[in-house]
Design a binder for this molecule. Structure first.
Ligand SMILES: [Zn+2]
Length: 448
């Protein structure tokens, strides 16, 4: 593989010291970052391709640590979580391998164009999602939507999850990882959770599930299990460093302490939590307790956007607004959540998530020279660019995305696939899926 250097960019390393290099250069050789520093201190290897980074910010690729691929967007609106779930189930009753493939391809394309280099996807027919990832080149963590309680046969089976680990874990040069995916306590038996713990140890894979998303859900769990969600998951042995819990909006202080003690990570999805009227997660308390918190979009069905730029801005604003505290979740903390914390949540922070020598080159190049980021000035504390990356930047600034040192987005277009054909096919498949859902609407069953 060839080497390249991005020179004279404002480099936001997101390393342990949050080092910012105003006139920075990053050298990548064979997919790995080999130098990061002030341009004057870097030695450009012979024959290295030079990319001019003047007027650009360079940062680690964003990590979406909780998503669900889908072709449904803007079709289940104005609903709270518990009203929304039965409609969402229709999509899964109608799901086919082909729909799943086009869902993943479309969502991964949108993610890449928004600067996301790694997606944790909980979805169906995930061997086809791996095919989509292979075409587009991004990093994906695949957690099948396993459900094994009676009446929940429209999701994935435990055997599918075991099979996917054997066939796809660590494939595509390590860019594809498979996780134990468990939908929720209402969908999975105790045995499924216990098996996940056992297989996690056996195969060295992570465990991903939803927890404590909405107040009514927490009350329903308590009514059914006699304990709150976190206590039930704890009793099943689920909590631990290999586990990533999505949402956790309704954790109390003892539960926050327990999540911290066990080293469990949380995927915070503030837009989805707001849209489904789930509430505002106590993220400052989680971070203060030492919990690793990453950001997730939760997919197009309940977001409806896959850009982490929106998620970053909203994550900060919703805390400021609800606490009447303008200092809550500042930009440097949010940038860490969207990059290195997400990588840690996925167990890959030694490989990606920051711009440091020896790490894989998952890079995001943003054009500053646009109306929404002008005027810009960068210093070693980041200058106004640090704040604008979180509060002003959007996908229109994304001009370059690399994964493993391979360029996947150039001037906002996919390098590897014909973008228009991905969109056109997803449009056809999406309308067909919507019709299939309507045809099944008589099967809709209300939750509880
Ligand atoms: Zn979710």
């Amino acid at each position: 593989m060839s080497s390249f250097a991005i020179r004279h960019a404002a480099v936001f390393t997101v390393d342990p010291n949050n080092r910012v290099i105003p006139d920075g250069t990053v050298v990548v050789e064979n997919g790995v970052i080999t130098q990061v520093g002030d341009d004057r201190e870097v030695t450009i290897p012979e024959g290295c391709e030079i990319i001019d980074g003047h007027g650009h910010a360079l940062m680690p690729g964003l990590v979406d640590c909780h998503s669900h691929s889908s072709l449904m967007r803007g079709v289940t609106e104005n609903m709270q979580l518990m009203d929304w779930l039965p409609w969402y189930q229709l999509e899964h009753r109608a799901m086919t391998e082909e729909f799943a493939y086009h869902s993943a391809r479309l969502c991964y394309l949108e993610a890449l164009q928004s600067g996301t280099t790694c997606v944790m996807d909980m979805f169906r027919y995930m061997d086809r999602c791996a095919d989509a990832a292979s075409e587009l080149g991004l990093r994906v963590h695949l957690a099948p939507y396993v459900a094994d309680r009676p009446g929940k046969d429209f999701f994935s089976t435990r055997e599918e999850n075991r099979q996917l680990i054997r066939s796809h874990h660590d494939s595509q040069s390590g860019r594809v990882k498979v996780w134990m995916g468990l939908e929720h306590l209402f969908y999975c038996t105790e045995d499924a959770y216990r098996e996940a713990v056992q297989l996690s140890k056996e195969y060295g894979v992570g465990i991903h599930t939803h927890a404590s998303e909405q107040k009514e859900e927490e009350l329903a769990v308590t009514a059914e299990f006699g304990h709150r969600s976190l206590a039930v998951l704890d009793r099943y042995g689920i909590l631990g460093e290999r586990t990533l819990l999505a949402h956790c909006v309704w954790l109390n202080s003892e539960e926050i302490a327990r999540v911290a003690d066990t080293g469990t990570s949380i995927a915070h999805c503030p837009v989805s939590n707001a849209k489904l009227a789930s509430g505002v997660a106590p993220v400052p308390e989680m971070l203060a307790a030492g919990i690793n918190v990453g950001l997730g979009t939760d997919g197009p069905v309940c977001n409806n956007s896959l850009t982490l730029f929106e998620e970053m801005k909203f994550a900060s604003l919703i805390q400021k607004a609800s606490r009447l505290d303008a200092t809550a979740l500042p930009a440097d903390q949010i940038l860490r959540m969207a990059t290195i914390n997400g990588a840690r949540a996925l167990g890959i922070d030694r490989e990606v998530g920051s711009l440091e020598v020896g790490k894989k080159a998952d890079l995001l190049l943003l054009k500053l020279d646009r109306p929404n980021l002008t005027p810009y000035s960068v210093n070693e504390q980041g200058g106004n660019v640090l704040w604008n990356l979180v509060f002003a930047a959007d996908r229109s600034n994304v001009v370059g995305v690399w994964v493993d040192g391979r360029r996947l987005i150039q001037d906002r277009e996919s390098v590897l696939v014909n973008q228009q054909s991905v969109i056109t096919e997803a449009q056809t498949q999406g309308l067909a899926l919507h019709q299939a859902c309507r045809d099944l609407s008589h099967t809709r069953i209300a939750m509880n």
